[in-house]
Design a protein around this ligand. Structure first.
Ligand SMILES: Nc1ncnc2c1ncn2[C@@H]1O[C@H](COP(=O)(O)OP(=O)(O)O)[C@@H](O)[C@H]1O
Ligand SMILES: NC(=O)OP(=O)(O)O
Length: 313
């Protein structure tokens, strides 16, 4: 039976703006098509930090200019827009790459809502960076003008941060499973999913948050009973003492060892730590499940055991 793989695409797989994304998805599709060609069943998820920030800013400018005509657009709707915008580019690029290789496999994006707990403490403490990077001066000015929260993002500059509650349930999971079982390649849970809370028996209400795509990809991987969770990012291997002279790359690590390293503070919160936490959770969820963290271009080599950081039981 074909091995089932959930692939979480990081920022470098999509770029930061319209032009970058058009180019990046072509490159990304080659790496994904390599996995499909090698016989893996692939389910894709992706981030949306730059995209949702761009959409939110555009919507805000419009509503500031003409509030009667263009009312404020909630963040949950901006997440929905980012899902369809990225999904559109990604499914088209992958469709073309597969057809060019003579592979007949329909590709579809599922608009995915993801439940969060309305009492999640994350609503009181924004941590998820979105949008572009800013200087400290610009960030301070926007804090005054717009009453937003900003944070320094892993030594790369300042960004707006929003609440990022933990995902608890994927609403469209049965649709996603039906498409996978029909042999289709599915893009789902984009941007961590559209965050919703269950208000009563049947009503789902969007909430102002951006869910971490690594945590959401992990619950997706469990729900579709994947063998592998692959988190593709901008580094080939996870390191200890990252950025220091004694930096050391990790190749194959048990969940127990990885938990210890995380406790020792080797992984930066907001960048590598959520990936490591998601990796540990998936590898622990059922015997035989493994997580791989590596570079986009190394996805195929990584799953063949040639590179990347493997987190296993
Ligand atoms: N211990 C570590 N090992 C490797 N990379 C790390 C580590 N700590 C922080 N990083 C940084 O985390 C980045 C990945 O996080 P991020 O850029 O947020 O991911 P994404 O690809 O999902 O957008 C890496 O490119 C690297 O700069
Ligand atoms: N939603 C999310 O985690 O996006 P990024 O991966 O772009 O931060």
């Amino acid at each position: 039976m074909a091995k089932r793989v959930v692939v979480a695409l990081g920022g470098n797989a999509l770029g930061n703006n319209l032009n970058e994304q058009m180019t990046a998805v072509k490159h990304t599709s080659q790496a994904i098509a390599d996995l499909i060609e090698a016989g893996y069943e692939v389910v894709l998820s992706h981030g949306n930090g730059p995209q949702v920030g761009m959409i939110q800013l555009a919507m805000e400018e419009l509503s500031l200019k003409q509030p009667e005509k263009y009312p404020t657009v909630p963040l949950s709707v901006c997440v929905a827009m980012s899902q369809s915008y990225v999904g559109y580019d990604l499914q088209n690029a992958l469709r073309e790459e597969l057809l060019n290789r003579g592979i007949t496999c329909p590709v579809a994006t599922v608009i995915t809502q993801v439940a969060v707990d309305p009492t999640d403490k994350a609503f009181e403490r924004p941590t998820k960076p979105i949008g572009r990077f800013m200087s400290k001066e610009e960030a301070d000015r926007l804090v005054q003008e717009k009453n937003i929260t900003v944070m320094e993002d892993a030594g790369r500059g300042y960004r707006q941060v929003v609440a990022s509650p933990k995902p608890t349930e994927i609403i469209e999971i049965e649709t996603i499973k039906a498409l996978i079982d029909a042999g289709q390649t599915v893009i789902a849970c984009g941007g961590g999913g559209i965050p919703i809370v269950k208000e009563n028996a049947n009503h789902l209400k969007g909430v102002g948050a951006v869910i971490d795509k690594d945590f959401c990809s992990e619950i997706l991987a469990e729900a579709v009973d994947a063998d592998f969770l692959i988190i593709l990012t901008a580094v080939e291997k996870v390191c200890i003492n990252y950025g220091k002279p004694d930096q050391q790359a990790l190749s194959s690590v048990s969940v127990h060892e990885m938990e210890k390293l995380a406790e020792e503070g080797h992984f930066a919160p907001g960048s590598m730590l959520p990936k490591v936490e998601a990796a540990i959770k998936f590898a622990k969820s059922k015997p035989g499940r493994k997580t791989l963290i590596t570079l986009l271009e190394k996805a195929h080599d990584g799953i063949e055991g040639k590179t990347g950081t493997l987190i296993r039981h």
